[in-house]
Design a protein around this ligand. Structure first.
Ligand SMILES: Cc1cc2nc3c(=O)[nH]c(=O)nc-3n(C[C@H](O)[C@H](O)[C@H](O)COP(=O)(O)OP(=O)(O)OC[C@H]3O[C@@H](n4cnc5c(N)ncnc54)[C@H](O)[C@@H]3O)c2cc1C
Length: 456
């Protein structure tokens, strides 16, 4: 049995406790926020103070891989999510239980996981406790130190403190070799408003691609849904979406979104939430360290627009259980073995996100610069731009492409099975060659028109 101290009780920290405690490990979670439990989904949404998770009330969709990990590791938690109102989007056939996406508010999801952890007498969850540094013996981390100077000794420290992890600084403070960071510095900006349905809830996911931005309708629990625009950083037109009236104008001009927000159908219940970040980041621990692992966003985060973070954090937590079972509890063996898992299983998603974002930014910037929609991806254009233009149409028309896309986007198959697959590329190309001379129109106004609409 290993004595494990987890820094952070978000998704990755909670999953670590849920998967490791039943295997006999002694797990303590330290979180900077209070350890309270909301009384239900609406209470969590309305008042849960989670300053450590700034994305808590932003759009969250829960991918199939994460759902499958829960189904296998903690089926009672999956049942509790549905009992709390989580819906499902069946992406495969009616009998395909593997390819199912979960829909609910992030507050509901995290509340259900936290309740399961708090009810498990084998786990200690200590709130209002900010970790401020590590304790080490040479290159072996032996615990953490909190902001009020208390030391917590551990056989293994799991840094699950999220996208703002300070692990690199903590290591530097002890003279330990710094982790290597890869970062895609451009990022993106998301603008979101939440709505309450007046009609029977639906579980469809709508995506409206404008080329220079993408609008999404994401259903959630409690008859709520949100509309989110993912935009280029520095786009002065879409930056106006911070203003509620401009946001409403952009929705009204995008038919697939407007149908959802019709006042007969839904009432808007929030102002505009915005969040900008450098999205894609990968952190690799220096060789020779022991007694610490980076888990979830602390190890890697990708553009939220891909909806991968929660599923990867759950997968990562289960992989840690596997590593502890496989190499034993020797801290000198656990750290490199877990780094290997991160390199093999998570890192390909980082590279896929960087490559995907690069193409999307290229397309977006060309449209912002005034290039016509029809010329993007025309014959002779960059093959990646052509693939990105053709893929949404190919997924509608070719079931083989649709399935490969879903399985890859839902993290069931590696990125190479879709983006790197020659057969899929040929199929997308075939569909796009038929459409490119007269491409289907974008899902809403061009950038110049949007600029005029949002200025009014
Ligand atoms: C705008 C936005 C939208 C997103 N949408 C999606 C989506 O649709 N689908 C999806 O799968 N993912 C999405 N993500 C990503 C997802 O939120 C993360 O991948 C996920 O929360 C990672 O879990 P984590 O445990 O690593 O970090 P978090 O869940 O962020 O948890 C970190 C925890 O660490 C605690 N903490 C931090 N520092 C300290 C400290 N020093 N001491 C003690 N405690 C500390 C915090 O309080 C928090 O509880 C989105 C992210 C953003 C920014």
């Amino acid at each position: 049995m290993a004595r494990i101290v987890v820094v952070g009780g978000g998704i990755g920290g909670l999953a670590t406790a849920l998967f490791l405690a039943p295997r006999g490990h002694d797990v303590t979670i330290l979180d900077r926020d209070p350890a309270d439990l909301p009384s239900g989904p609406d209470d969590a949404w309305a008042r849960w103070p989670r300053r450590g998770v700034p994305q808590l009330r932003h759009i969250h969709l829960f991918n199939a891989r994460g759902r499958n990990v829960l189904r296998e590791e903690a089926p009672a938690v999956l049942d509790a999510l549905h009992a709390a109102g989580a819906g499902r989007i069946q992406l495969g056939g009616p009998d395909d239980e593997e390819l199912v996406r979960l829909t609910c508010r992030r507050t509901t999801y995290e509340m259900v996981l936290r309740r399961a952890v708090l009810e498990d007498s084998r786990v200690r969850f200590v709130g209002d406790t900010t970790v401020a540094g590590l304790v080490a013996d040479g290159a072996r981390v032996t615990g953490v130190r909190t902001a009020d100077g208390v030391e917590w000794a551990a056989d293994l420290v799991v840094d699950a403190s999220g996208r703002r992890s300070q692990a690199g600084l903590w290591m530097a403070a002890l003279g330990l070799p710094a982790p290597e960071r890869d970062e895609d510095t451009e990022g993106s900006v998301a603008y979101t408003r939440w709505y309450q349905l007046r009609v029977e809830p639906e579980s469809a996911l709508v995506r409206a691609d404008l080329g220079y931005a993408a609008g999404v309708v994401a259903p959630a629990d409690g008859g709520m849904f949100c509309v989110t625009f993912g935009c280029l950083p520095g786009d002065p037109v879409m930056a106006r979406l911070r203003d509620s009236a401009a946001f409403d104008a952009a929705v009204a001009a995008t038919p697939a979104l407007a149908v959802w927000t019709d006042p007969d159908r839904a009432t808007c219940v929030t102002g505009v939430l915005s969040m900008a970040d450098r999205n894609n980041r990968m952190v690799r621990l220096a060789p020779g360290l022991a007694g610490i692992v980076l888990l979830g966003d602390a190890a890697m985060c990708t553009n939220p627009g891909y909806g991968r973070g929660v599923g990867l954090a759950l997968f990562h937590a289960r992989a840690l259980a596997g590593v502890l079972a496989g190499v034993g509890e020797d801290p000198a063996a656990v750290t490199p073995a877990f780094e290997d898992v991160t390199r093999t299983e998570l890192e390909p998603w980082y590279h896929a996100a960087v490559a995907g974002d690069r193409v999307r930014r290229t397309i977006g910037r060309r449209l912002v610069a005034g290039e016509r929609w029809e010329s993007i991806g025309a014959a002779g254009d960059d093959p990646e731009v052509r693939f990105a233009r053709g893929a949404p149409h190919a997924t509608e028309r070719d079931p083989v492409v649709r399935r490969a896309m879903h399985r890859s986007f839902q993290l069931l198959d590696p990125p190479a099975s879709y983006w790197g697959n020659e057969d899929i590329r040929a199929r997308v190309d075939a569909v796009w060659r038929e459409l490119e001379s007269d491409p289907p129109p974008p899902a809403g106004p061009d950038h110049e028109t949007m600029g005029r609409l949002l200025a009014d």
